[in-house]
Write a protein that binds this ligand. Structure first.
Ligand code: ADP
Length: 528
């Protein structure tokens, strides 16, 4: 497969699909978790601000509680005619015990008649509160409620910003006036533990009083309390709205970091999935590459082997003619001039013709070997018995000489080519006769086994046997174990192997020294 096509292979397409699905799912899951986290964090922070606004309100009401007791005490005394000239000493007492009150006032009708301490507050004496709409409106509110009601924050006549809380004094069911307290901004801020800006590290605060169209703010900040983590509550004592806002909400940052973490996690997961999913494709690609290399090498080898075989064929063929001449002329030399040759010369001539005969056999076997396996015919169903008979008749002389016994039971019909199959049987039986033990006449048995798709043919003898370390090597060309004692070319078994393999089978040997050898080979039962 060309490399460019690898990425279009089905494995890659599947890997792409799996990776995309895993990426989308893991991204979705992590983002849903991140979103859940965001909601949870936001509600936690919201809860925190709600708590803070309640605490702020509690702190404020605790501070104002002092004024409540003070004004109530004063009003009670006036109503019962018990406050004569001791306004100052009573106020002094009250102020001493109530740290969050800056001054006491007595309002008779709508005019401020007394104040304590007088010092610094002189300007309010004689002031008619009915002249200022805000004063009179909030004073009326305290009458309506029959309890302490605060006005402010506003610019005090005596200077500075502060609050005035008024409690109505009733005499004979008529409003006699008010007992009042003045609380300065600084006192309130002190009590709340805040600065003028109403901003701490954590929160931003605001206290608002709506007076008609006007909004009066306690803290000097321009913060909008419409968005963000905010909470609001009302304080009835002065009809104030308290706003608290979380200065640096963390829920969004935490959401972002978890969300990015989720994205990174999904990416890493996808890369891993991609690696695992594309593994088979990469392996296939490697196998393809290697197979291609092997094919090329194989083709080269086959070409080389063919060239060599052709070469061997030509050489052995061409050598036969001059060799036949050498043999013939040596024969002529012996026949015609035998009498005139001395004994020495005759021995030479005999050696020469023996050598020439050996060479002739070798060349003839080489030629057979070169041709072997070149299926010189079509495969067909052949009764093995017929082939065995042919081989036996070719070896009949040797069989008779050695008094060999060849036995076989009913043999199968095999799918093969006749000539190479005959060569196989001839070589194996020929060797069984040749490598017979000197102690006994050869007994050769031909048997078969039926395997799944093939026949296994076994040629057994009772000969000299083959040492186990040579079981493989005896099938190599020119491998001979008994060079001195037996004549041969070392090509017989190589030829058997070549023929068996060309017919689609395998060949091997098992043996016991001095007991005998078993040559096994397989052949297909039918064409595949
Ligand atoms: P050769 O021409 O020597 O017989 P082969 O290729 O036929 O060559 O056999 C290779 C070697 O295997 C022989 O030299 C012999 O030593 C051994 N061999 C072959 N067949 C048998 C057998 N039936 N029993 C014992 N040895 C054998």
């Amino acid at each position: 497969m060309p490399l460019s096509n690898t990425y279009k292979s089905p494995v890659y397409a599947r890997a792409k699909a799996i990776t995309s699905v895993i990426f989308i799912i893991s991204l979705l899951v992590t983002q849903i978790i991140a979103w859940g986290l965001l909601e949870r964090e936001r509600s936690l922070e919201q809860h925190q601000v709600r708590n803070e606004v309640i605490q702020f309100k509690n702190r404020l009401e605790t501070i104002l509680e002092y004024s409540s007791t003070a004004t109530y005490t004063m009003a009670l005394l006036v109503e019962n005619g018990l406050l004569n000239d001791d306004f100052d000493s009573l106020s002094h007492q009250i102020l001493r015990q109530n740290q969050f009150i800056d001054a006491m006032q007595l309002v008779e009708g709508t005019v401020i008649t007394k104040t304590y301490p007088l010092e610094g507050n002189e300007s309010v004496i004689g002031m008619d509160i009915s002249k200022t709409p805000a004063h009179i409106r909030d004073a009326a509110e305290s009458i309506k409620r029959q309890q302490l009601y605060f006005e402010g924050p506003f610019e005090l006549t005596q200077g500075g910003v502060g609050f005035v809380g008024r409690f109505p004094i009733m005499k004979n069911s008529q409003v006699f006036g008010f007992s009042a307290v003045v609380i300065k901004l600084a006192t309130i801020l002190d009590g709340l533990g805040l600065s003028k800006s109403g901003v701490t590290d954590e929160y931003i605060y605001q206290l608002v009083k709506i007076e008609g169209e006007e909004q009066k703010l306690l803290f000097q900040n321009k913060e909008s309390f419409d968005s963000g983590i905010i909470a609001k509550t009302k304080v009835p004592l002065g009809d104030w709205d308290i706003h608290v806002k979380l200065r640096n909400p963390g829920y969004w940052k935490r959401f972002m970091s978890f969300s990015i973490l989720g994205l990174v996690f999904s990416l890493i997961l996808s890369v891993l999935v991609w690696k695992v999913a594309t593994q088979p494709a990469k392996l296939n690609m490697l196998i393809d590459l290697k197979t291609r290399d092997l094919k090329v090498v194989n083709e080269q080898l086959e070409r080389r082997a063919e060239e060599l075989e052709q070469y061997a064929h030509v050489i052995s063929h061409d050598l036969q003619e001059p060799l036949r001449m050498v043999v013939n002329f040596l024969g002529l030399l012996k026949d015609r001039n035998g009498d005139s040759l001395d004994e020495q010369a005759l021995t030479y001539v005999n050696h020469a013709s023996e050598g020439a005969w050996k060479m002739k056999n070798l060349i003839s076997d080489l030629l057979k070997y070169a041709i072997a396996g070149k299926n010189s015919g079509k495969k067909e169903l052949i009764p093995l018995r017929m082939v065995l008979d042919d081989a036996i008749s070719l070896l009949q002389n040797k069989i008779d000489e050695s008094k060999a016994v060849i036995s076989y039971t009913d043999l199968p019909t095999v799918y093969a080519v006749k000539i190479p199959l005959t060569q196989i049987m001839q070589n194996l039986i020929g060797n069984a006769l040749k490598y017979a033990s000197i102690d006994r006449a050869p007994v050769i048995i031909v048997e078969h086994l039926s395997l799944d798709d093939e026949w296994e043919i076994i040629v057994k003898d009772n000969g000299i046997g083959i040492p186990s370390e040579y079981y493989q090597e005896v099938f190599n060309i020119f491998k001979r174990l008994h060079k001195e004692e037996y004549q041969g070319t070392g090509l017989g078994l190589a030829m058997v192997k070549k023929n068996v393999e060309s017919l689609g089978g395998r060949v091997w040997v098992t043996s016991q020294i001095n007991v005998g050898s078993e040559f096994h080979f397989t052949l297909p039962k039918k064409s595949s």
